[in-house]
Design a protein around this ligand. Structure first.
Ligand code: NDP
Length: 290
């Protein structure tokens, strides 16, 4: 069997096109466009690449981007003051502070300073809590993008066995909660999990968010499983995921490639969350399937 390759790039473009249409209608009715503020502290090259692609996607959707580039020596107080200004700015609907931050700044202080209603990354404890108890809030972009790919591929997810490998606050945990919300039977695996290959082999759905190149191989998979590879690992052979694509493709039913799978969906969901934030703040009704 050769697995279907899930084209995250095409799916993401489709969502971005739909949002651009929604933004146009929003502008005509509300008289302004949604705004996303992106803050980059320091000059980490991977972060700079992410920030650039987020800014480009914002503009392509017809929204306004506000870019704030601060030096690596910025103090926590200075960053807090910027976040406060952005919280109070009516033109800003979404605030994203690119992580990681330099060591003199406590990430939790910054994450909790962003207004939960502008927290389009979904990292604020209020939004994490909303997701946990089933209230509307902002869901982190990467797991939300993974869920969209799974729904497009499988339709109804209810009753499926899902294994999420990784338990970080930004990917693994919210991914598990989203799958639980869809009535999957969810297992969260991590570095202390025993017999990981056996655990993964039970799954109809595997989400890999580990950060270890090619860790999950085809012999770990149940035949026909749907595999979502979140991993982005820079190796001598180039960018690879947490799943060994070649061997996994022989066993899986469908699988996301790296690059071109989850990555583009993360950006599409950021644009989506920003639009939804603007719509909520303005009391504007929008297509709920966005
Ligand atoms: P973290 O490092 O925060 O978490 C990694 C998780 O993997 C931890 O829960 C850890 O377990 C678990 N883990 C580590 N080693 C093993 C192992 N040998 N067996 C089982 N579990 C293990 O990473 P993130 O969640 O932030 O990111 C995961 C990957 O996803 C990275 O490659 C990252 O680059 C990528 N990523 C991609 C994005 C995208 O847009 N495509 C966005 C965000 C991340 P424990 O908790 O026990 O330590």
């Amino acid at each position: 069997m050769t697995a279907k390759r899930i084209d995250g790039k095409a799916a993401a473009q489709g969502i971005r096109d739909r949002i651009a249409t929604e933004v146009d209608a929003f502008r005509q009715q509300v008289g302004r466009v949604p705004g996303l503020a992106v803050v980059l502290v320091g000059d980490d090259s991977a972060s700079a690449v992410y920030v650039r692609s987020k800014a480009r996607a914002t503009e392509q959707a017809g929204m306004q981007g506000f870019e704030h580039r601060l030096s690596a020596t910025t103090s926590q107080d200075e960053l807090v003051a910027l976040v406060d200004r952005l919280n109070a700015d009516p033109a800003v609907d979404g605030i994203l502070v690119q992580l990681p931050l330099p060591p003199q700044i406590d990430e939790q202080v910054i994450i909790t300073r962003i207004s939960p209603d502008k927290d389009v990354d979904g990292f604020h404890p209020v939004n994490a809590g909303r997701l946990a108890i089933g209230l509307h809030g902002f869901v982190p972009c990467t797991p939300l993008g993974c869920l969209r790919l799974l729904q497009a591929e499988l339709g109804e997810l209810s009753g499926k066995d899902a294994v999420v490998v990784g338990r970080s606050n930004i990917v693994g945990k919210p991914m598990a909660l989203l799958l639980l919300r869809e009535s999957c039977t969810v297992t969260i695996a991590h570095s202390r999990t025993r017999n990981l290959p056996e655990v993964v082999r039970r799954a109809d759905i595997v989400v890999a968010a580990v950060g270890r190149p090619n860790m999950i191989t085809g012999d770990w998979l149940k035949p026909g499983a749907t595999v979502i590879d979140v991993g982005i690992n820079r190796t001598e052979a180039g960018l690879v995921g947490d799943v060994d694509f070649t061997s996994a493709s022989e066993i899986a039913g469908a699988i996301t490639p790296v690059p071109g799978g989850v990555g583009p969906m993360t950006i599409a969901m950021l644009i989506r969350n920003t639009f939804v934030s603007a719509a909520r703040r303005e009391g504007y009704s929008y297509e709920k399937s966005l």
